[in-house]
Design a protein around this ligand. Structure first.
Ligand code: DI6
Ligand code: FE
Length: 405
């Protein structure tokens, strides 16, 4: 190797390649053209190596950059009044049925112009990045019309173009029924299938298609039609499945080879087996579980037994998971769902990359992968999963470039 752009010296690396998240002895990582070019023990470092920049980490912990594989961070307005109502006893479903909930955010999002939406969303994205996120998935789903859904996806794409972070976009037009389609859910599905999916695909604004398959969302039959439209355009699918009830969405997602099935509090063993066979990632969202004071955690033991890869994400949204703290979600997934710190780490790195179809290029510290990395003042990865909202992040690297945190 002739020359490198950036040399990280004296790092202890948790590559997230092995399931235990083990940590290496003192090592170096050489980065060229935004990719990891070489990894080795410090004593193997060639003293004649021609180096552009150098960073002596003095024994700090190096991990893959964090990947938040499920967010709804593009929206306008807020929902704190609803939080107060829920504290007085109203349920999330009561509020949704009374026209609050998702629909109130839809109104604010439709009313906002792209610049306002960008500014409000960028604040949340910057906060995610401060917590170590180098790749984020952003769903639409607060527009619920052709024009407003495309506006949200365009804002998500501009966020990716203007901020040092990778953005993957997901079309979630089937998030809720917009009020102009009251009592005509199938007609709204027609609109999604005939216009919204084709237009989003034509404009290359969506990397995947998602739906909310639940009592207050859409039925499995309606979801199937959305998935067929996605498949016809060559777009992979994901699904909000079995969050509030078991609609057998996981099996449907598996049938379509979904990248991920998300939430899964109410999934049964048949659903878990279907996910395992399809290689679909189970995305755990402890923020929504906590905020809604849910009492049924996802069946972790079943997911483990059938070897379904588990990811962990923020679900960043104003109604059920108003958070941008992915590290805290690792802690909550351990505390509330009883996964191990190593599982939590794989959940925000390697398995999260798989949930976005990016496993070949992201999610681990390996030669050839993108140099999206985090450097932590921590002894061990478990220390970061153990901490409640403390953030020992020292440096975030996106595509081999250092960014202050
Ligand atoms: N499940 C959720 O947790 C969010 N969407 C979904 O399908 C909630 C969205 C909201 O309440 O605004
Ligand atoms: Fe969600």
């Amino acid at each position: 190797m002739a020359s490198v752009d950036l040399l990280l010296r004296n790092v202890r690396i948790a590559t997230c390649v092995d399931d235990e998240c083990s940590v290496s002895a003192s090592s170096f990582v050489a980065i060229t053209a935004g990719r990891i070019a070489q990894i080795g023990a410090m004593r193997e470092l060639d003293p004649k190596l021609h180096v552009g920049n150098e960073l002596d980490a003095e024994g700090a912990l190096l991990t893959p950059g964090l990947i938040d594989c499920h967010t709804h961070l593009v929206y306008a307005g807020d929902r704190w009044r609803e939080f107060e109502l829920r504290l007085q006893g109203a349920s999330y479903e009561d509020i949704a049925r009374a026209g609050g909930g998702i629909r109130s955010t839809v109104q604010h999002t439709r009313d906002a112009d792209a610049a306002t939406l960008f500014a409000q969303s960028e604040r949340r994205l910057r906060s995610l990045m401060q917590h170590g996120v180098t790749t984020v998935e952003i769903k639409s789903g607060y527009g619920l019309s052709l024009e407003a859904e495309l506006k949200c996806l365009q804002v998500a794409r501009s966020l990716g173009a203007r901020c040092p972070v990778n953005v993957r976009t997901t079309l979630l037009a089937a998030h809720a029924l917009p009020s102009e389609f009251d009592g005509r859910a199938d007609a709204y599905i027609d609109e999604i299938v005939q216009r919204i999916v084709p237009e989003a695909a034509r404009a290359q604004l969506a990397d995947a298609v998602d739906a909310f398959c639940d009592r207050i969302g859409f039925t499995a039959a309606q979801t199937r039609r959305v998935f067929e439209a996605a498949r016809a355009r060559g777009l992979p699918v994901k699904l909000h499945a079995e969050q509030l009830s078991n609609q057998h969405g996981a099996a449907l997602a598996a049938e379509f080879g979904a990248l991920s099935a998300d939430h899964l509090e109410h999934v049964d063993e048949a659903g878990v087996i279907a996910l395992a066979r399809a290689g679909t990632v189970a995305v755990l969202l402890p923020g929504a579980y906590y905020f809604l004071r849910d009492t049924q955690p996802p069946p972790i033991e079943l997911l483990r037994r059938h070897r379904v890869p588990m990811a962990v994400a923020t679900d960043c949204n104003p109604g059920t998971s108003p958070t941008t703290h992915l590290q805290l979600m690792m802690n909550m997934a351990c505390t509330l769902f009883r996964i191990t710190p190593a599982e939590a780490w794989l959940g925000v790195t390697r398995h999260a990359a798989t949930a976005l179809g990016m496993a070949a290029t992201h999610g681990t510290v390996e030669v050839g992968k993108h140099a999206d990395l985090c450097l932590w003042d921590a002894e061990h990865p478990a220390e970061i999963a153990c901490a409640i909202a403390a953030s020992p992040l020292r440096v975030r690297l996106h595509h081999g470039v250092e960014h202050a945190v």
